[in-house]
Design a binder for this molecule. Structure first.
Ligand SMILES: *Cc1c(COP(=O)(O)O)cnc(C)c1O
Length: 431
C-alpha cells in the first residue's frame, strides 16, 4: 500500500500555532485566518499543492486587511469610476479618516466639555468652498439630498420638472421614482428635447413644492433642443432646486459644460444638491447648499437623522476640502505631455523585458456620470488583450480598458508615484 500524502496535511491547530499565521490571526482575526487555512488544506487534499506547502499557501492567500475590499490600480482612464468606488481619497483624507476612526470630538466641544454641533468642521469647510451658500448640510449621498428635499419641501405636493430631465443615473436608479417614493407628485413639463420657462410657469400653482432642475449628467441631447435656465426659473415664485450631480464647487476650466454650485446659486437656485465622491474627489456624501432657512428646514426634518453621515465621512470631506488637491483633481489636471512621457518610459521598460508593449495616445473620460462626451487627451501603455485578465488577477489587481483588441493602461488615472509598482505588476503579467 502506498502512503497517501493527504495524511500528512498539517492540522488546523498546528497551522494556527505557526508564528507567522499566529501573528496574522492577531491582526486579521482568527476566523479569517482559519478559513484561509481551510482553503489551503482543501487544495492539498485535491493534490493541487503538497502537504508541506499548506502553510505557505495560506500565508500568500491572506488578504491585506480584515475586509474583503481590495485596493486596485485604476488604469481605465475613467477618472470617477463608479464600479471602482468613484473618487479615491487623498492621503490627507485617509489620514483624517484614520484619526476620526476612534473616539473623536465629532459632536463634542473639548473646551466646554459640552455637546457641540455635529460635523461643524466639515460644514465650515463646505461653506468656505461655496461662499454663496447661506446654509450647508451633508447627507449620505446626492440621492439622499434629493429625497430630503422632496420630504421636507413637497410632501403631498408637486415637484415641477422637465421631461428632458427624467434621468436614470445608473443601476436602475431613477430620480423621478425616488421623488415619487417620498410622497411628492411629479408635474412633468415640456418635451424630451425642448422645455421653456413658459412651460414651467404654466404648471406652477398653489400645489407646487419646488421646481427641480436635474443635470442630465450621463447623456447629451443635441439638435433641436431648448432648456430653461435657472435664471429664468428663479423668478417664478417657488424655490428652484438644482441637482448639479458632480459636485464642482466652482467652474472647472477643462469642463466648461459641467454645472457648479457657485454658478447655480448665483443664477438664483434656492438649493443645490451634489455628490461628494464625483468631481469633488471626496467621500460618498450628498451636499446640500443654499438659502439658510431652507437648509435649516431640511436639517430639522425627522428623516434627516436617517440620512446623516458618519464621522468618517465628515473627516474625509473636511480634509478633501481643506487639504491638498485630491486624486480626482490631479487626474483632471494632469498634463498630456507628461502622461505621454510616462507611457513611453513604461512601454520601453516593458518592451526591454520582452513584452509586446507600446505607448499610444488615449482618450480618458470623466466618468461617474459626469461630463458625457468630454474626452481628456491622455496616453496609455498598449498590451495584448489577454493580459487584461491576468492583470485583474494580479496583486495588486490592475484594471485597464480593452479597446480594439488591445489592453490599454491609461496613465491619467494612475498616480505617478504608482508607476513603478504598475511596471512591476505588468512585467509579471506581460513579459
Ligand atoms: C450621480 C448623480 C446623482 C446620484 O448621486 P449619488 O451621490 O450617487 O446618490 C443624482 N443626480 C445626478 C445629476 C447625478 O449625476
Amino acid at each position: 500500500m502506498t502512503d497517501d500524502p493527504r495524511r500528512h496535511i498539517p492540522r488546523t491547530d498546528a497551522l494556527l500555532a505557526e508564528p507567522r499565521l499566529a501573528k496574522a490571526a492577531a491582526e486579521l482575526g482568527r476566523a479569517l485566518v482559519k478559513s484561509t487555512i481551510a482553503a489551503a488544506q482543501h487544495q492539498a487534499r485535491l493534490g493541487e499543492i503538497a502537504p508541506g506547502e499548506v502553510a505557505e499557501r495560506a500565508l500568500e492567500s491572506l488578504p491585506p486587511t480584515a475586509a474583503s475590499l481590495r485596493p486596485v490600480l485604476n488604469a481605465t482612464g475613467i477618472v470617477v469610476h463608479t464600479n471602482l468606488g468613484r473618487a479615491p481619497l487623498s492621503a490627507a483624507a485617509l489620514d483624517a479618516v484614520r484619526a476620526a476612526g476612534g473616539s473623536t470630538d465629532v459632536e463634542f466641544d473639548l473646551t466646554t466639555g459640552r455637546r457641540a454641533r455635529r460635523g461643524r468642521g466639515a460644514l465650515a469647510a463646505l461653506a468656505e468652498a461655496v461662499p454663496d451658500a447661506g446654509g450647508v448640510h451633508v447627507v449620505n449621498n446626492n440621492a439622499a439630498a434629493l429625497l430630503l428635499c422632496a420630504l421636507a419641501l413637497a410632501p403631498g405636493r408637486e415637484i415641477v420638472l422637465s421631461r428632458g430631465e427624467l434621468v436614470e443615473i445608473g443601476d436602475g436608479f431613477r430620480i423621478p421614482e425616488l421623488l415619487a417614493s417620498a410622497g411628492a407628485r411629479l408635474r412633468e413639463v415640456g418635451t424630451t428635447n425642448r422645455t421653456t420657462a413658459a412651460d414651467y410657469a404654466a404648471a406652477i400653482g398653489p400645489d407646487t413644492g419646488f421646481v427641480l432642475k436635474v443635470h442630465p449628467s450621463n447623456f447629451r441631447i443635441s439638435g433641436f433642443t431648448a432648456e430653461a435656465r435657472i435664471e429664468e426659473l428663479a423668478g417664478l415664485g417657488v424655490p428652484v432646486v438644482a441637482d448639479i450631480g458632480s459636485g464642482l464647487p466652482a467652474p472647472h476650466p477643462l469642463l466648461p459644460d459641467e454645472p457648479d454650485a457657485t454658478s447655480a446659486l448665483r443664477a438664483g437656485a434656492a438649493l443645490v444638491t451634489a455628490s461628494g465622491d464625483k468631481l469633488l474627489g471626496g467621500p460618498q456624501a450628498g451636499l446640500l447648499l443654499g438659502e439658510r432657512e431652507l437648509v435649516e428646514r431640511l436639517r430639522r426634518h425627522p428623516a434627516a437623522r436617517a440620512l446623516r453621515v458618519d464621522k468618517l465621512t465628515l473627516a474625509a470631506l473636511e480634509a478633501t476640502l481643506r487639504g491638498p488637491a485630491p486624486p480626482v483633481t490631479a487626474a483632471l489636471d494632469a498634463d498630456p505631455g507628461e502622461l505621454k512621457s510616462r507611457a513611453e518610459r513604461l512601454a520601453a521598460a516593458l518592451a526591454g523585458r520582452g513584452a509586446d508593449a507600446v505607448a499610444v495616445e488615449s482618450a480618458a473620460a470623466v466618468g461617474g456620470g459626469g461630463a458625457p462626451g468630454v474626452e481628456l487627451s491622455s496616453a496609455a501603455v498598449s498590451l495584448p488583450e489577454d493580459v487584461a485578465a491576468r492583470l485583474r488577477a494580479a496583486d495588486p489587481p490592475v484594471v485597464g480598458r480593452v479597446e480594439r483588441g488591445r489592453c490599454l493602461l491609461d496613465l491619467r488615472t494612475v498616480d505617478p508615484r504608482d508607476d513603478d509598482r504598475l511596471l512591476e505588476v505588468v512585467a509579471r503579467c506581460a513579459c
